[in-house]
Write a protein that binds this ligand. Structure first.
Ligand SMILES: *Cc1c(COP(=O)(O)O)cnc(C)c1O
Length: 361
């Protein structure tokens, strides 16, 4: 038998993350990755074009200007912020810095999959807390925690369910988590949430050593192509993450674009308004057609088709109409599809296609 290089035992059986597909042809409308249908701030493009002459120079290490802009905008200590190549990078840095063999992480059953993929890659055991009607269940999460639990990952709002935990519940959860366990509050969709009882977690991070809030520029800021996110935690946690991040982890274009986007509140407000209007419209229209929509506070919604076959047929019907949606069987939701809130015309197409699908199914 041929002898070949063997990866670490944690890597051998590790599944690769399969992102939402883009579809074929220029006509396809991508509603599979929760991107902003309005694009990005119009102020960014010219600045990035002018930066082409700086291609040969490394970016600033540690994103100091962007961290200063984030600190000013949110009233934070700049030493407690780290910038990253997408917030996914922060999840990996956390796993690298905090997990050893024998440790475990806890996440919810239908929680974001990058948490357990990264954690398994560093040899940790994964513990899933069952959800109650598509929502994180505090008691179930606490039940999974033991002395070896280093990290609890909570997406709030969660992808792919679109549900959220009120801030009171998050605080109760934190109060009952051991002080040596890190609570990660992933606020990738925080800007979209309109509920009064929601908060992304800044106050909780400010007051405690064992909480970290992650945010991204990939969703409402419309900068997914550049890969940029950030996190806020204690100085100690940020220091540990800085030890395991690559130098120059955030490219110069991403740093510049993120700073411009932070200063264009009009674009963010417009994106929130568009999403809220269209999310309500889609939920009502599809419910009217007889579909079961999981209530969402984010920029996507989950449809329960009650069988995997029907979900797959609906996926095919939508794809034939040029609408690329997301299968979520890998999240334990085989009977469902996740669809991003798109432009008004894309959303009209979704309604028309699912109307026809209902009539012919
Ligand atoms: C999209 C998403 C992110 C953001 O990932 P980036 O690496 O910042 O693009 C993080 N968490 C959840 C739950 C998401 O859906």
């Amino acid at each position: 038998m041929a002898v070949t290089p063997v990866p670490s035992p944690h890597i051998e059986d590790l599944p690769q993350y399969i992102p939402g597909t883009s579809g074929e042809g220029e006509e396809a409308i991508k509603l599979s990755s929760n991107e902003n249908p309005l694009g990005a701030s119009p102020n960014i493009a010219t600045e990035l074009a002018s930066m082409a002459e700086k291609l040969a120079t490394y970016p600033e290490d540690g994103s100091p200007q962007l961290r200063a802009a984030l600190a000013a905008k949110y009233g934070l200590d700049i030493e407690r912020i780290i910038c990253s190549a997408g917030s996914d990078e922060v999840f990996r840095l956390l796993c690298h810095a905090y997990l050893a063999i024998g440790d475990n992480i806890v996440q919810t059953r239908h929680g974001f999959s990058m948490y357990h993929i990264f954690a398994r890659g560093f040899g940790a055991e994964i513990r899933f807390a069952e959800e109650t009607v598509y929502s994180a269940d505090i008691e179930a999460i606490l039940d999974q925690i033991d002395d070896q639990t280093k990290i609890v990952f909570l997406a709030n709002p969660n992808n792919p369910t679109g549900s959220y935990l009120p801030y009171e519940a998050v605080k109760q959860l934190h109060a009952r988590i051991p002080e040596n366990t890190l609570l990660v509050l992933d606020g990738a969709y925080a800007e979209y949430v309109q509920a009064n009882d929601y908060a992304a977690g800044i106050e909780l991070v400010s007051a405690h050593e064992n909480v970290i809030m992650t945010r991204t520029f990939s969703k409402i800021h419309g900068l997914a192509a550049l890969r940029i996110g950030w996190a806020y935690a204690s100085r100690q946690v940020i220091g540990n993450l800085n030890k395991v991040r690559s130098p120059f982890n955030v490219n110069a274009f991403a740093q510049a674009a993120a700073m411009i986007s932070l200063s264009d509140q009009n674009f963010i407000d417009e994106s929130v308004r568009h999403n809220q209007k269209e999310l309500v419209r889609m939920t009502e229209a599809l419910t009217q057609l007889g579909y079961d929509i999981v209530p969402s506070v984010a920029n996507f919604y989950l449809i329960d088709f009650h069988s995997e076959k029907t979900a797959n047929n609906a996926f095919d019907a939508l794809a034939t109409a040029g609408l690329i949606t997301r299968k979520v069987a890998s999240y334990g939701l085989g009977n469902h599809l996740r669809i991003t809130v798109g432009t008004e015309s894309a959303n009209d197409k979704v309604i028309a296609t699912l109307k026809k699908f209902k009539e012919t199914a």
